[in-house]
Structure formats: C-alpha cells, structure tokens
Design a protein. Sequence first.
Length: 199
Amino acid sequence: MTNRQARIPVGPARRTDARLNRERLVAAAREVFAEAGPGASLNEIARRAGVGPGTLYRHFPDRSALLTAVLADRIETLHARAEQLLASEDADDALEEWLRAFLAHARVNQGMGGALLVESAGELGFDCHRRILDMATGLLTRAQRRGTARADLAGDDLLQLVIGIALSTAGSARAGQPELLLDLVLDAVHGAPRRRKRP
C-alpha cells in the first residue's frame, strides 16, 4: 500500500459531523449563557451539547470566540424572522412580532451584562447595530406606508425604546412587565391602543 493509498480523506460524513457538533455547541451555549451569564462553565456547555471539552475547543479556541458565535446566531435569527415578516400580509402584526423578538434578544443580552456585545461585536464581521436598525426600519416603514404607524418615528427611536425596556426591567421586572411596557410603546406607535391576540 502506498502512502497515497494510506491517506484517509476528510469526507462529507466527517464534515457533516463537525458542522452538527458546532451547531449543537452554539445552541447549548445560547441556553447556558442565558441562564448563568458570560462566565458560565464551558464544560457545562460541552456536556449539554453532548460532546467533550476537546471538541468545544477545536471549534471555539476561547470563550470570546464562543460568545461571538452566540451573538451572530442571535442576530441571524432576528434577521431571518424579519425577512419572513416583511413578506407577511399584516404590516402592524409583523412590526409587533419582530419588536417582541427584539425585546427578548435585548433582555437576554442585558441580563448577561452586555458581555456578548462588548467582547464580541468587533469580531462579527458586520455592524450588528446597523443590521438590527435596518430590520427595524424596514418593518416600521412598511407600517408607515400603510398609514397605521406614526410618520415621525424612525427605526432608531423604536430600538432605543425597546432597549430602554430591557435595561429598566433587567433582573427585577414583575411578571409580564416588559411585555406591558412594549404594549404601551406599540400604542404610541399606532396612536391608539391595539387589539392584541393573547395566548
């Protein structure tokens, strides 16, 4: 057997396993960082992902790399939802649903002491604020064109209001308070209380 014959190439199955391990690690890291903050145990993240610590470090050489991947994943999720909602029929419902998703995103990141943003933003390869602002602006503009949202509002105004809710309710909000405050913001956006679908 020649040296050429003895080599075992990295085939599609091995690449697929590596991709799935990475996805499992990011999903587990989202959960664990949300529960325990940015200083959470990396061994616990590996355990929840069903892999060994060595596999985690092969994909993410340090904590910052894993935080970056989690932040990028969160923003990609928000972006994908915005794209779906921009194609939906009701512009007001689309704006409301995305703002609720953004509030959840902002509250998780604030609860983690902002470490995701501080440690990771420069390594993302894109401007995360600009990307989120573009999402908010697109959805707001659509509602404004329908005549159902105030014409004097800008996307950045909405982001500031939602971030303010996240900051003011971090760690001490009573049950349902962040959602109630967002309801009040939405009432102001539309100039009147809206009938909301409650679960």
